[in-house]
Ligand binder design. Structure first.
Ligand SMILES: Cc1cc2nc3c(=O)[nH]c(=O)nc-3n(C[C@H](O)[C@H](O)[C@H](O)COP(=O)(O)OP(=O)(O)OC[C@H]3O[C@@H](n4cnc5c(N)ncnc54)[C@H](O)[C@@H]3O)c2cc1C
Length: 486
């Protein structure tokens, strides 16, 4: 059947690329707009030394595109290449427009289509719009007093400045989250002296990374679909144990994993003061667990100083921490994270009546099955509110891409012009999500602060159930909660 729906996808990270692959497979006409000069999203932007997945590469792959990963945890360059290879495998490079930032998309009610406007003014029309902007795309820059007057070099870990030669320099890295734990061991190899600023320690567990042997790679290349499924399942079970996170796990498992983390500190760090400084005073799982095998042992190095205090201010040639001490540095690198709960931060979508999605949300991002919003017809989100969980982002992204294709096919089958979400369906869904999340976050985590919560107070990132449950919901709920207008 000839397709009538033209689709604009904004973003060419793994979500945008997988949606493009599914649309291509189903014969839809689409264009992907990506602000960067190439695909990969997270894996295009984050090029800091040591950047790789903390999840297992077997899980960090689409079921429709198995890959010849070099090891248990894929490095950034391989992940970026994966997105290039998907584009070529599906023969869709001509559908991608790079260095093309979309500023806004406005629903034209008279003609049932979105007017998509790029930075620079160029505009195009599409019947449907998919946002695949990710949630860790806009770096969070600190606002420390004095930062503007700093005369050394400064940059964010997510926009690494490869022109700076760090050899022999006095370098400060601020942040000990997932990026910090990956980059610090690499920085310690080159910097003259490295100061690691830690506002609050995270719970750290070894990642268990290793390269696959040639035999393993050969075996994986020739594995049947069933064998691959079984391997993914085993990798999922292993990962689940390590990311006890906010899930409602048994007390015994929680204690077992927390004891493992405490023993890791004991085994790896020589100085009792440093051991104390890196031991969190909140239960494991309260915040995202950091998976890093070599971070702790790097703190033993002579040229590395852990500063277990927040940064208070910056001087023209140094950093003053909360304990009042000033340390002189040549280079200040901020590993201060992103804005995960600010969905669609770089894009304004205006729906029926010209209403902006940001006004609709009012700091409380909500979406039906994490994908659609009432009053915004033919608009879909990948990695939207409450879709962070299950067996990982790749599985969830694949479910979302398939759901978008199913919904668009339904729209075409019914010869409809627009498909929209019923407000009552969204309300019921959000009530369910909130209740499930409350149950999912066990009582022992009450009072935890972490990046799951939006300014409105709700946990807007977490998906509270299994991946299979999400997959089933993306099949069952849209036909019930969305109506087609002819
Ligand atoms: C350092 C780091 C490590 C991570 N490690 C893991 C991990 O191990 N496991 C895991 O599951 N997750 C990990 N994540 C999360 C990661 O973001 C997701 O796994 C995944 O890459 C998200 O893909 P995405 O396509 O949804 O979003 P992104 O990869 O963020 O892609 C979004 C794309 O949209 C583009 N874009 C944004 N706004 C516009 C606009 N207005 N116009 C045009 N283009 C736009 C961006 O340039 C970007 O290319 C990590 C994140 C970071 C930052």
């Amino acid at each position: 059947m000839a397709r009538r729906t033209r689709v604009a996808i904004v973003g060419a990270g793994i979500s945008g690329v997988s949606t493009a692959a599914m649309l291509k497979h189903s014969g839809f006409d689409f264009t992907v707009f990506e602000q960067s000069a190439g695909p990969g999203g997270t894996w295009w932007d984050n090029t800091y030394p040591g950047c790789e997945t903390d999840g297992r590469s077997l899980l960090y792959s689409f079921t429709f595109m198995p890959y010849d990963w070099s090891g248990t945890h894929a490095p950034q360059a391989e992940l970026q290449q994966y997105t290039e290879d998907i584009i070529d495998h599906f023969g869709m490079r001509d559908r991608f427009r790079f260095s093309a930032k979309v500023d806004e998309a406005i629903w034209d009610e008279a003609h049932d289509r979105y007017r998509v406007r790029l930075a620079g003014g160029e505009a195009h029309e599409f019947e449907a719009l998919v946002s695949a902007l990710g949630i860790l795309n806009v770096p969070k820059h600190p606002d420390w007093p004095g930062l503007d007057e700093f005369e050394g070099i400064t940059f964010h870990s997510a926009r690494w400045n490869h022109d700076v030669d760090l050899a022999g320099k006095s370098v400060a890295f601020v942040g000990t989250g997932s990026s910090g734990a990956q980059v610090v061991p690499k920085l310690a190899e080159t910097a003259g002296h490295l100061y690691v600023y830690q506002r609050q320690p995270g719970w750290v567990l070894p990642k268990g990374e290793r390269l696959f042997s040639p035999e393993e790679r050969e075996e994986l290349r020739h594995a049947s679909a069933l064998q691959r499924r079984w391997r993914r399942y085993k990798a999922y079970r292993l990962q689940k144990k390590l990311v006890v996170g906010t899930s409602n796990v048994s007390l015994a498992l929680h204690k077992q994993v927390q004891d493992m983390a405490l023993k890791f500190i004991e085994d790896e760090i020589e100085d009792p003061e440093i051991r104390k400084a890196v031991t969190p005073d909140y239960p494991l799982g309260c915040k995202r667990i950091v998976l890093a095998s070599t971070f702790y042992r790097t703190l033993n190095h002579e040229n590395v100083t852990l500063v277990p205090h927040a940064v208070e201010r910056v001087t023209k040639d140094g950093i003053v921490s909360a304990d009042g001490a000033e340390r002189k540095v040549d280079v200040l690198i901020t590993g201060t994270g992103f804005h995960p709960t600010r969905f669609l931060r770089t894009l304004d979508v205006k729906g029926c009546g010209g209403r902006s999605i940001h006004d609709f949300w009012n700091d409380d991002p909500r979406a039906f099955v994490g994908m659609t919003v009432p009053g915004f017809p033919n608009f879909f989100m990948c990695y939207g509110p409450n879709t962070n969980g299950g067996p990982g982002i790749m599985f969830m992204a694949e479910q979302q891409a398939k759901a978008i294709v199913r919904i668009l096919r339904r729209l075409e089958r019914r010869r409809g012009k627009a498909i929209d979400t019923r407000p009552a369906a969204l309300d019921r869904y959000i009530r369910w999500i909130d209740a499930a999340n409350r149950k999912h976050m066990s009582a022992r985590f009450t009072g935890c602060t972490n990046y799951d919560f939006a300014p409105g107070g709700r946990a807007v990132l977490l998906w509270p159930r299994s991946g299979a449950y999400y997959g089933a919901m993306t099949r069952i709920l849209p036909p019930l909660g969305m109506t087609v207008r002819r």
